[in-house]
Design a protein around this ligand. Structure first.
Ligand SMILES: [Zn+2]
Length: 434
């Protein structure tokens, strides 16, 4: 299958943002090493001893250092130097503290405290007592582009994992596919609902440390086509919010409206369609999907709605039926227990816990039987088109459209062998491929 890839380095080095934690700007600590000529091995006493400790839950930095032979005024002085950069109370349990002692003394001469994965505060005895210096690992941003066509019997997962031109580790490829699955979680089941001929194009931004490990990553823009539908995803941070999300070209969130399934990590044990019923001993239509899960696993409502039924019958056992906008209903059966407060008339939000997996009614073992109906007619929950979320509020729409146009232009500028269906300049742009 045609798979190509390009790596762009869009931005150079940037110091990571360290939030409001620090009072002073970061200074970089020089760590230049010069080549030294090889000498014969000499057994010399080490110049210093280093003790590495971790802050325990409930332990204070002062408490930890007092146990390391730092006393009274000296300790107070050190904590003062620390406070110029960070609040000791905001230090997390598990933070690394390295204490350095001169070889001939039990009194520390330097202390290094890891403030987070990328920032270390170095404390050392200066002329006027303890002094502190912050060192921040430089972070590099780079951007990966990947695209591909899904072949028969292939999934996006194995297409990406086996892409020989994608120059990142398997762990990162794995993370990338999971990120993509997360972006599209409410729209497409990437594991099951991808047809041969489906295509993907993704611009993926990474923050990497000097040792090459990724610190964070995000899908800036993606476009998936499947079953003749185009699914653009634009990364956008709504002003005033702290977490960015992904939106379609009309500014509708990809992560609201209807969830595909009532679990984040669905394990489908029986699909929609005709099958042999193990208890009734007859062939009959399976009107929903079965998910294998241990008894007691929480079940989440797939969309906002109102409880129509919450009770027991012989077939479904303990079950809940929700009514949603647009003539949709969902049913959750064989529950071990219905969540307290879930009764007819109760308003339920998408993602809200409505009950727990069980094996009540006609069930051979613990599982969730899930049905989706539109105006009373059963739909296949794995493939049915689902109602979408309302667009962003008017006041953010212009900013979004600007960003969407830029991102689609970025996607088009890196164009490989695949066409780009999405065109942000003329919404609505749900383009149907052939
Ligand atoms: Zn079932």
């Amino acid at each position: 299958m045609a798979v190509s890839r390009r790596v762009l380095v869009l931005a150079g080095i940037a110091l990571i943002a360290v939030g409001g934690m620090f009072a002073r700007p970061a200074t970089e600590r020089a760590s230049a090493r010069t080549e030294t000529p090889l000498l014969d091995v000499v057994y010399a006493a080490p110049a210093e001893r280093v003790t590495a400790l971790q802050l325990r839950r409930g332990e204070t930095l002062g408490g930890l250092l007092a146990g390391a032979n730092l006393v009274e005024n000296d300790l107070w002085n050190l904590l003062l130097a620390f406070r110029e950069y960070a609040d000791p109370r905001r230090l997390m349990a598990g933070s690394e503290v390295r204490i350095r002692y001169p070889a001939d003394s039990s009194e520390p001469h330097a202390v290094e405290i890891g403030l987070n994965a990328d920032t270390t505060l170095h404390l050392y005895r200066g002329v006027a007592g303890w002094e502190a210096e912050l060192s921040v690992t430089p972070i590099t941003y780079d951007t990966l582009y990947l695209e591909g066509v899904i072949g028969p019997g292939q999934s996006i997962y194995n297409a990406v994992m086996s892409d020989p031109s994608l120059d990142i580790s398997d762990a990162e490829k794995d993370r990338l596919v999971h990120e993509l699955a997360y972006v599209y979680m409410y729209k497409i089941d990437l594991g099951r609902d991808i047809q041969p001929g489906a295509t993907y194009r993704v611009v993926y931004e990474r923050e990497t440390r000097p040792d090459g490990t990724a610190r964070a990553q995000r899908v800036l823009v993606a476009e998936l086509t499947n079953r003749g539908q185009s699914y653009p995803a634009i990364h956008f941070l709504v002003p005033g919010e702290t977490e960015a999300g992904h939106y379609d070209l009309q500014g509708r969130s990809l992560r609201s409206g209807f969830r595909r399934y009532p679990f984040d990590r669905p394990r489908i044990t029986s699909g929609f369609g005709t099958r042999y019923h193990p208890i009734l001993g007859v062939y009959r239509a399976h009107q929903g999907i079965d998910f294998g899960a241990p008894t007691g696993t929480p079940v989440a409502a797939t969309a906002d709605g109102v409880v129509v039924t919450a009770g027991f019958d012989n077939g479904y056992g303990n079950h809940v039926v929700l009514r949603h906008q647009g003539g949709y209903t969902t049913l959750y059966a064989h529950l071990s227990r219905i969540e307290t407060g879930v009764r007819p008339g109760t308003a339920i939000q998408e993602g809200q816990r409505i009950g727990y997996v069980g094996a009540t009614g006609l069930a051979t073992g613990p599982h969730l039987h899930y049905e989706l109906r539109l105006n009373g007619r059963h739909l296949n929950p794995a493939t049915a088109p689902l109602p979408t979320a309302p667009p962003l509020p008017e006041e953010h729409l212009a900013a979004f459209q600007l960003q969407a146009a830029e991102r689609i232009a970025l996607l088009q500028s890196i164009a490989g062998s695949l066409p780009v269906y999405a065109d942000a300049s003329e919404p609505p742009a749900t383009v149907v491929a052939d």
